[in-house]
Design a protein around this ligand. Structure first.
Ligand SMILES: Cc1ncc(COP(=O)(O)O)c(C=O)c1O
Length: 446
């Protein structure tokens, strides 16, 4: 994707979220044609906290949030829907009261919204979890048979599989060679599942899901897409892409209310022992708990009282993103990404991290290092002096950072809805200032 960047543009669009009678939301944007204009994503949909100021050594400044890949701010529409639902909030599933029935209906409708969001098959299950990590652990608990994973995955999509004897494939110098290595592994012995990230949380590089699905299916394996970073930025279509399972987290999807999702084929889920044993998962329990008949369907793996508001918030965010259109959002984000990458790469001593030279698409994540300055020092400087929030470290992907030649870590700037070109320019200017100051004090140009 490419888009032209107009760095002089300003953002004052007003976005209106209509809550429709059918329980869905539609987004009408006063600047509906802003689209791939390259004017950033601010104004496409409002997020909570826009304009919040923070203290710096130079005084109070507007916070520039570049840590979306860790946790994104809530969409204003999500906050509004949760606020509206709270007075009518009540227990779900077993209450006879009117509000219990209403809340139960909303909770179950949230599953439908998730299905709509990822274009799931009619008979797919939507299980609400705590987050992506929880959702992957749940699926790992259900899979019988080998799982194939890449060695550069986020720990959440590596360690649960290692526990159950994963076959780990080494990342190759190119994406093409990596796909071939995965195919070779799947071809050499039957595997039940290929578990793969949709977009890297370190470099933002997007993997070719359709091709990977073809590779897995060709060798009789199913595919899980860890969509924690993909779902906020790109459309998922389980049905047409043939993806068997997808997982993602509400807090990265502008819905930080403590829930996540596993969506996909029901047979393995129904065939496994419940993830948690307890009320809600049970249809019938005999005296002394000697015999238990467990539910099938999502309830089987949702024992205990569910996080209803978390589920409703994910549904609300999913509806907003669907109405907005991932394609349009993607173009604006790629333009911001291009500018950030180009601006940072032009600074002496800055190295942009990338896994493969031949990957074609990436979401709003740019990881980089600065020669001679520790990642933590860069992150602290950006925060303390400029009010810019980035992440530093190894991003729960230690093997990948080692693979990239930076076992000591890196700096990651990530963004999404609510990010303006001016925000991106602030990051570039701040890193430039830091590098110049470092060169002046060390007497060596970085
Ligand atoms: C690609 C990827 N997978 C999984 C996770 C784990 O997500 P959570 O912390 O919400 O469980 C993350 C979090 O950063 C991630 O980026």
């Amino acid at each position: 994707m490419t888009a032209v960047l107009d760095t002089t543009a300003r953002f004052d669009a007003t976005t209106v979220i209509d809550t429709c009678g059918d329980g869905t939301t539609r987004l009408t944007c006063a600047d509906a044609d802003r689209g791939a204009s390259g004017r950033g994503t601010r104004g496409l949909a409002a997020v909570a906290g826009e304009g919040v100021t923070v203290p710096t050594t130079r005084g109070e400044v507007t916070y520039a949030n570049f840590d979306y890949a860790a946790s994104a701010p809530a969409l204003t529409a999500v906050v509004e829907q949760i606020t509206a639902a709270l007075p009518e909030y009540a227990s779900v599933h077993r209450g006879a009261g009117h509000l219990s029935q209403l809340t139960t209906e909303r909770y179950e409708q949230a599953r439908t919204a998730v299905k709509r969001f990822v274009r799931a098959r009619l008979d797919d299950h939507v299980v609400f979890t705590r987050n992506t990590t929880d959702a992957i652990n749940l699926l790992a608990h259900c899979v019988t048979g080998d799982t194939v994973v890449l060695d550069i995955e986020h720990h959440a999509n590596l360690l649960p599989w290692k526990r159950s004897g994963a076959r780990v494939v080494a990342c190759q110098p190119t994406l093409e060679e990596t796909l071939q290595a995965l195919e070779a592994e799947l071809a050499c012995a039957p595997a039940a599942l290929l578990a793969i990230t949709g977009a890297s949380n370190v470099t933002g590089e997007v993997l070719p899901i359709r091709r990977l699905t073809g590779i897995a299916h060709r060798h009789g394996a199913r595919i899980l897409v860890d969509a924690a970073q993909l779902a906020p930025h790109r459309a998922l279509n389980l049905t047409s892409h043939g993806v068997d399972y997808a997982v993602f987290s509400g807090h990265k999807l502008y819905a930080p209310f403590g829930a996540g999702v596993l969506v996909g084929r029901g047979d393995w889920l129904d065939g496994a022992q419940p993830y948690l044993a307890g009320g809600g998962a049970t249809a019938d329990v005999s005296d002394h708990g000697a015999d238990v008949r467990w539910h099938s369907g999502p309830a089987r793996h949702e024992a205990g009282s569910p996080n209803v508001l978390g589920a409703l918030s994910i549904a609300a965010a999913a509806d907003v993103l669907s109405a907005l259109g991932h394609d349009r959002l993607g173009l604006d984000e790629v333009a911001l990404c291009d500018r950030l990458e180009e601006g940072l790469a032009a600074i002496d001593g800055v190295e942009i991290l990338r896994i493969w030279p031949d990957s074609e698409d990436r979401v709003g994540i740019v990881a980089f290092t600065v020669t001679g300055i520790a990642p933590r020092a860069v992150a602290e400087y950006l925060s303390d002096t400029h009010g810019i929030g980035v992440r530093d470290g190894r991003f729960c992907a230690h093997p990948l950072l080692s693979h990239l030649g930076h076992p000591e870590g890196a700096v990651r700037a990530s963004f999404g809805l609510g990010t303006s070109v001016a925000d991106v320019e602030r990051v570039i200017a701040a890193v430039t200032e830091l590098v110049d100051a470092h060169a002046a004090t060390s007497g060596v140009h970085a």
